[in-house]
Ligand binder design. Structure first.
Ligand code: SF4
Length: 122
């Protein structure tokens, strides 16, 4: 079965058609560079995404801190990843890159802070 994707590896956004031939080789059409082929094969066989969210911060100048996975995780595991993030919190001060959840949902990726949060002034 053929599937259509838009390559998100760069802003051009080439339209890809991806299918598996009789020899079980994944074929990609519509890409204008090798990154598109890699993206099309990945998206067809085992799609992954970087997950972004936010977690509450105690004693911080801001109440929330944006976070993301430091590597893409399998698309099917995103609900588990979001559940783990929902259960997490930070205490100020927070630096960019601070680990929020290690090996989130057993994916091998860590959830890390993507903004700095200073301590609240008294
Ligand atoms: S195939 Fe290449 S040029 Fe086209 S969107 Fe993907 S990365 Fe960009």
């Amino acid at each position: 079965m053929k599937k259509e994707f838009v390559c998100i590896s760069c802003p051009v956004g080439c339209r890809l058609t991806v299918w598996q031939d009789e020899k079980s080789a994944v074929q990609v059409e519509g890409n204008t560079c090798p990154r598109g082929k890699t993206y099309g094969v990945q998206e067809f066989t085992a799609p992954v995404r970087t997950v972004t969210s936010s977690v509450p911060v105690s004693h911080g100048a801001q109440r929330m801190c944006s976070v993301k996975t430091d590597a893409p995780v399998p698309k099917a595991r995103i609900p588990e990843v979001l559940r783990a993030i929902r259960g997490a919190s930070l205490r100020a001060p927070v630096a960019v890159g601070d680990c929020v959840v290690e090996n989130v949902a057993g994916t091998g990726a860590n959830v890390v802070a993507t903004r700095r949060v200073t301590e609240k002034k008294r």
